[in-house]
Design a protein around this ligand. Structure first.
Ligand code: ZN
Length: 360
């Protein structure tokens, strides 16, 4: 099992600027062969040698966009440790062993970066699971609400998000809202609209618990708060499962194809969305633990198991002749092969790229 499927050329790194690069590949990485393909990313000007067989399965479907995000991270000078974690997400696994049966369990080492597609999808699923405790008892009182602001080509994304946040704060203070809605979850989605000269188009997707919010009232109130936008939508949730899928879709979705393939827009989004909450709770839902930041709960079920180290550690030990490490690695290979076979059979392959929503 390889620790890394990606490598960046030293020359390209020097030319690209002062940002430190991820460490060079380990000597345990597979030697480059003719199966390696040289990939030139026009977006960031760097050259990558990619072994498609060594790239983690979850990342294979969005390789080009992943490289675009890597380029934006370099250009916007995010920390070297963040870039390293992003580029090595799911390269290695953490290995656990049940002490009595010897059963092996493996869990991927993830970057948890908000711009990482599989990590974002995992985070959204976890937020949806956490919110089930709120949504189930309120199944007959849930609404989908969408609030948007009107943008101009001269508006920055930061200005647009601030405008959206201010209007949202104002809306919750109005009796027409607070007497009708008791609580809910608000999720930020950012798009780039090509209409009217092109502009940022952030909007809130809200799951609200309460009595029906009159659409005409909401349009008038939102127009008064934003000064120029009456773009709102309200729908009653008629099937409980729809609320979960709605949260799963929007709870952690910072990227959209409307801007990820435009270099300057991606850079602006990378800078602006730093620290911006993508999902938050309000009213009676406030305080529900989302586990958005802590992704360690997957290992909760393994508390009685023995931690054997990462696959990188085990590979090092095996190289030095450690028979136990070799045995564990064989168990890991068997489990990963089985998991891969099951996944291939039961699940659709990863998306070809980022989810392609309609460009608004
Ligand atoms: Zn990741």
């Amino acid at each position: 099992m390889s620790a890394s499927g990606l490598a960046v050329s030293g020359e390209a790194a020097t030319a690209a600027g002062a940002e430190p690069l991820p460490p060079p590949p380990s000597p345990l990485d597979p030697l480059e062969t003719t199966s390696h393909r040289q990939h030139l990313s026009a977006d960031c000007g760097d050259i990558y040698w990619v072994n498609p067989d060594a790239v983690a399965w979850d990342h294979r479907g969005w390789h080009d966009d992943r490289m675009r995000i890597y380029g934006a991270m370099r250009r916007t000078q995010v920390s070297a440790s963040r870039i390293h974690a992003f580029m090595h997400c799911r390269d290695a696994h953490h290995v656990f062993r049940e002490p009595t049966t010897g059963e092996i369990e493996v869990r991927p080492e993830t970057c948890k970066d908000r711009f990482c597609l599989p990590c974002g999808q995992l985070r959204s699923r976890r937020i949806a699971q956490a919110l089930e405790v709120r949504m189930k008892p309120a199944a007959d009182r849930l609404m989908f609400i969408t609030l948007t602001v009107r943008g101009l080509p001269t508006d920055t994304l930061a200005e647009q998000i601030e405008k959206l946040k201010a209007a949202w704060r104002g809306l919750r203070k109005l009796p027409g809202w607070s007497n009708t809605v008791s609580g809910g979850a608000v999720m930020l989605e950012v798009k780039w609209s090509k209409t009217a000269g092109g502009h940022w188009h952030p909007h809130y997707h809200i799951i609200a618990e309460g009595r029906w919010v009159d659409r005409a009232w909401l349009k008038a109130a939102w127009y008064a708060l934003t000064g120029d936008s009456d773009q709102v939508d309200v729908q009653r949730i008629d099937e409980p499962g729809k609320a979960l899928s709605y949260v799963t879709k929007y709870a952690s979705k910072p990227m959209d194809t409307s801007f990820t393939r435009r270099r300057w827009l991606l850079d602006e989004a990378m800078r602006t969305l730093k620290g911006v909450r993508l999902c938050s709770l309000f009213g009676t839902w406030y305080g529900t633990p989302l586990k958005e930041e802590s992704e360690d709960d997957e290992t909760d079920v393994l508390t009685t198991w023995v931690y054997c180290g990462s696959t990188r550690d085990l590979e090092c030990r095996a190289e030095r002749g450690d028979g136990e490490a070799r045995n564990i690695l064989r168990g890991v290979e068997r489990q990963l092969a089985l998991r891969h076979a099951l996944t291939e059979r039961c699940r659709r392959p990863p998306p070809d790229s980022l989810p392609a929503d309609s460009d608004t």
